[in-house]
Design a protein around this ligand. Sequence first.
Ligand code: FPP
Ligand code: MG
Length: 316
Amino acid sequence: MSWFTESKRSLMERMAINVLKCGSIPRHVAFIMDGNRRYARRLDLSAIDGHKRGFERMTQMLEWCLDLGVDEVTVYAFAIDNFRRPAEEVDKLMDFAKDMFDKLLNDRHKLNETGKAVRVFGDLSRLRPDIQRLVADIVLFTQHNTRKVLNICFPYASRHEITTALQELQICVQNQIIEESDITESLISNFLYTSQSSDPDLLVRTSGEVRLSDFLLWQTSFSVIAFAPVLWPDFTIWDLFSAILYYQRNCSSAKSEQQLHELTLGLTQPMDHNNHTDHSSRRQRLTNCLLYLHNKRITQMTRMSSNGNQVVEVNT
Ligand code: FPP
Ligand code: MG
């Protein structure tokens, strides 16, 4: 099993891609890959075999997205709540994830050659140390690549992400890096795992379930959401085309709603009473705050990585 499948598109698929490319292609697509266990049950397979089929489908989907010109993909690979599943399923899924991250790290030159970054969003402290190390190595190794981005949410929950962001903001206020009045919607966004990403334009959930299940709740406020009634391992390129078409039919109203929101946001930013000194000192505080956060994240990631013992604290 590999992250890099190099299958060829059929003539019909190539034609459909060209037609879709005449319209607007979402820059960022997020997926809730749901239905692996129902798929496994249907074929009398074990749950882990269902997840393995799901992984294979994910790698194919990444290739289809590349062909369509999508720049960023985010996948919900493991929810924090999934730790409550039977221990056997969780353990086998973690063993499998370890093997797959190991393979990805061994193939890292392929990621760099094609300018692909892999980011892993979630509470990494809940992962086994061996998986933490692999994840951190991959993230750090590809952190400067910008051409294409894959975000793997693992183990992730949106409410947890927002709560953590608010707790980190509180620390910044306590340490007098920022003032309470500096906290705005845009600063909160900067404290989320997705700070380097644009919000998803399209979110796809498979398996017929029509909920967000604690996935990117903040980031998908203005996204088009497509619910596909197929189990994730059954998701085909034509299901993806159908979701893109659905996006194209709905994106103009989604974009105008987002623009209206951004306009309103500009009017609701804290006032600095046109005071130049206030304005520049606020800007300085925000710059320091973002630098503090960036350094904190890099330090945490480096500590988790195989270079962990060589970490030098970064001064802010
Ligand atoms: C949801 O289906 C799927 C998951 C909880 C796991 C998805 C994981 C992968 C596709 C593999 C990812 C691996 C790496 C290394 C990134 P479900 O289990 O909820 O199925 P159900 O809805 O039928 O019960
Ligand atoms: Mg499910």
